[in-house]
Design a protein around this ligand. Structure first.
Ligand SMILES: NC(=O)c1ccc[n+]([C@@H]2O[C@H](COP(=O)([O-])OP(=O)(O)OC[C@H]3O[C@@H](n4cnc5c(N)ncnc54)[C@H](O)[C@@H]3O)[C@@H](O)[C@H]2O)c1
Length: 264
């Protein structure tokens, strides 16, 4: 794969950056020369990603403990970034969790937890990022990771679909507010992507359908017109494009990166 260097010395912060899609975003921006802040709860993994970012970029990286459901924690992490590097150019809101049950079995706390992390977490991240970016008077970008579940839906997916649809609405509103500041705000809607989250979903749902996890994963990949799951790096490539000057006039969009799933 060829890598261009669009982000030399730019400051990039990624929530959920320790694993999966967030980790792939951290590494992609680092390969393109960025100083990367890995914001997560999983600190051992975050430290490992930050070290790998430093190796790839030749620039400093930060591993910051951040619980996206707590305003004080999000604000403190962004405060640490601006204190260290003085600016903020790109924010990727990738922290997320999944749970799903048939509607009448969804415990209220399961609903609340997914809404807290997957929707309120994105709101708090966008709010803190916007407060910094609006004072900088130069272009910046926010990319929120929604899901194909924000565009279409399945049974037994109420809390996740509601949160991910909410992220698309939130993205549009924030994009409207930040457009006058030349800050773009977009959502990316991945299809099934090979990460720990999908492996966990496979473990949970496969049993319900009387399948093994690997049988379930194989079956689901056949739902997709491209007959395979995405790699996290394929999502990160689109995120990196959306933060680039080539995407400076794209805002308020929710872009499917799903091998044609929603279309089909
Ligand atoms: N994997 C997929 O198929 C898929 C598809 C569509 C959308 N998504 C979305 O992509 C995003 C990333 O998912 P992934 O597959 O990489 O998952 P993952 O489980 O591999 O990584 C998620 C990361 O978020 C972190 N996290 C969880 N709760 C947090 C919190 N409260 N504060 C801070 N960090 C927290 C985890 O520690 C982990 O590092 C999520 O928003 C997910 O909903 C994933």
């Amino acid at each position: 794969m060829y890598i261009i260097k669009r982000y030399e010395d730019r400051v990039v912060a990624v929530t959920g950056g320790a694993k999966g899609i967030g980790k792939a975003c951290c590494l992609r921006f680092a390969e393109e020369g960025a100083k990367v802040a890995v914001m997560d709860l999983a600190m051992d993994a975050a430290a490992g990603v930050a070290a790998e970012c430093e190796r790839r970029s030749g620039r400093p990286a930060l591993a910051l403990r951040c619980n996206v459901t707590e305003a004080a924690s999000v604000d403190a992490a962004f405060g640490a970034i601006t204190q260290a590097w003085g600016s903020l150019d790109v924010v990727v809101a990738s922290a997320g969790i999944y749970s799903g049950q048939p509607l009448v079995e969804v415990p209220l706390d399961a609903w609340q937890k997914v809404i807290d992390v997957d929707l309120t977490g994105v709101f708090l991240t966008n709010k803190a990022a916007a407060a910094i970016m609006m004072t900088q008077h130069c272009g910046a970008a926010i990319i929120n990771i929604s899901s194909m579940a924000g565009k279409t839906s399945w049974p037994a997916s109420a809390q996740y679909s509601a949160a991910k649809s909410g992220v698309i609405g939130l993205t549009r509103s924030v994009a409207m507010e930040l457009a006058p500041y030349s800050i773009t705000v977009n959502a990316v809607c991945p299809g099934n992507t090979m990460t720990e989250m999908v492996e966990g979903v496979a473990q949970t749902i496969a049993g319900r359908d009387g399948l093994s996890a690997s049988e379930w994963l194989k079956l689901r990949s056949q739902d997709c017109p491209m007959k395979r799951f995405a790699l996290p790096e394929e999502i990160a490539g689109v995120v990196a494009f959306l933060a680039s000057p080539d995407a400076a006039y794209i805002t308020g969009q929710a872009i499917e990166v799903d091998g044609g799933m929603v279309m089909a």
